[in-house]
Design a protein around this ligand. Structure first.
Ligand code: ADP
Ligand code: ASP
Ligand code: MG
Length: 409
């Protein structure tokens, strides 16, 4: 019997009625003869509410206790969904992350899954039960409960699909597929029938919140077919796979954006002779994710290096840099908040040098100042003022004609 892993996000399980609806949806797949593992998120905005409660009690809550707190959200959903399935006469059993054998590295709040001991889940499936698994969580080698980073339930689902040798992993959500950009904010955003893992990975890393980036990485590594589809309507979603039919003339496939970016600038004295790599080694050791890096030589040869981090890591970044000031040998640091990153993505870009130029030209015509730039073979990202983010994203979506359906070749 083939195994299907299905995942339902927060909005899809926001109320008990919706949980019942999800149970019916799962029942349909079950009746087709599949073994089913259902991965679920916390109900609605539960995780945000739990974060807010922690922040009322502590300015920098312990990461370990944060993980214990946040994982309770998913535990509520697994029990309720199992009850809903049982009410439909289907055998179902709930599993928290550790019960499901999800072992992660020892990094609180943002752990990667190291391996999955899927025996218990497999046993439940062999007994024709639906296994209902809490997303977003696992256990580390020390027995601590860990979480996989916000949005991490997608990764639980794909990792389980890989561990169980599932036929497919279906991500049910509040949109009916992957669009050329976030349909909530971008006029004319268009649903894509299929998308390559690489393009999706890039879009997810660049802020397209529809999928947790690591889930796409795991799907790509295991060549796991993965779909994004609606939990409300029965319409075809978007399928992610290795190779897709490239749309004619479409060099850019998607536009992504991300708010709450901070630009840090580190100033060194003219006499500084050390390697600028030191700073990034120190930040990496402290689990600070540095994104765009720009190095410059300013007046009289004093070097500076600018880099961007997420606002959520600003305080930690400042603390780490301050703690290592003497070894890093810099003079002083400045930072600019209220920034955002807007990116265009497409695998056809590598062979099209004009794309970045067209992007900068359009932003210039829109009167949008570009503060940082980063390019790779399949993307160009710019950092702009937060207030310009949606204007820039909409303009670029229009510039590269992403609303137009081009004839597929
Ligand atoms: P879930 O709670 O089901 O995990 P998310 O909120 O994490 O759902 O992801 C779905 C949301 O992702 C959509 O409501 C949409 O606003 C947003 N989104 C961002 N970029 C895209 C995109 N390119 N295509 C589709 N949805 C996107
Ligand atoms: N509940 C977690 C979050 O809100 C994980 C998830 O929904 O994927 O980030
Ligand atoms: Mg999500």
């Amino acid at each position: 019997m083939s195994t299907l892993v299905v995942k339902f996000g927060g909005t899809s399980v926001a109320t008990t009625e919706r949980i019942q609806h999800v149970a019916q949806r799962i029942q349909k797949e079950y009746k087709k003869g599949h073994s089913i593992v259902a991965v679920v998120s916390a109900m609605g905005k539960t995780t945000d509410q739990l974060v807010a409660m922690a922040n009322e009690i502590a300015t920098t809550p312990s990461k370990r206790e944060m993980d214990v707190l946040l994982t309770t959200g998913e535990q509520v959903t697994i029990s309720l969904l199992s009850m809903a399935l049982q009410s439909l006469g289907i055998e179902a059993q709930s599993f928290t992350g550790w019960q499901a054998g999800i072992v992660t590295e020892q990094v609180p709040s943002n752990a990667r899954i190291e391996n999955i001991q899927a025996k218990t889940i497999q046993q439940a499936l062999n007994e024709h039960k639906i296994a209902v698994v809490a997303g977003f969580q696992g256990i580390d080698a020390q027995g601590n409960i860990t979480t996989l980073g916000r949005g991490g339930s997608d990764t639980t689902a794909v990792a389980l699909a890989a561990a169980l040798g599932a036929e497919r992993c279906d991500i049910y959500t509040d949109v009916d597929g992957v669009y050329t950009s976030d349909p909530r904010y971008i006029k004319g955003a268009r649903k894509l029938q299929e998308m390559s893992y690489d393009e999706m990975l890039e879009l997810a890393h660049l802020g397209a919140g529809v999928l947790h980036p690591r889930s796409v990485e795991v799907a790509k590594n295991h060549r796991m077919p993965m779909t994004v589809r609606s939990s409300y309507e029965e319409v075809e979603g978007t399928i992610l796979k290795e190779e897709v039919i490239v749309e004619k003339n479409l060099v850019v496939r998607g536009v992504a954006f991300e708010e709450q970016i901070v630009r840090m600038t580190v100033y060194y004295n003219e006499s500084y002779t050390g390697s600028l790599a030191n700073i990034f080694t120190t930040l990496a050791k402290n689990h600070i994710n540095v994104d765009i890096i720009v190095q410059a030589l300013v007046a009289q040869g004093s070097p500076t290096v600018s880099f961007s981090v997420k606002e959520s890591q600003l305080q930690e970044t400042l603390a780490v840099l301050a703690a290592h000031k003497s070894t890093l040998g810099y003079d002083h640091i400045e930072h600019e908040s209220q920034l955002a990153k807007v990116s265009i993505v497409g695998s056809g870009m590598a062979s099209n040098p004009g794309v970045a130029a067209a992007m900068f030209d359009r932003l210039y015509r829109e009167g949008i100042g570009v503060k940082m730039v980063s390019t790779s073979e399949i993307k160009v990202s710019v950092v702009v003022a937060h207030e310009d983010m949606l204007k820039a994203a909409n303009a670029l979506h229009e510039e590269f004609e992403l609303s137009k359906v081009s004839v597929e070749v």
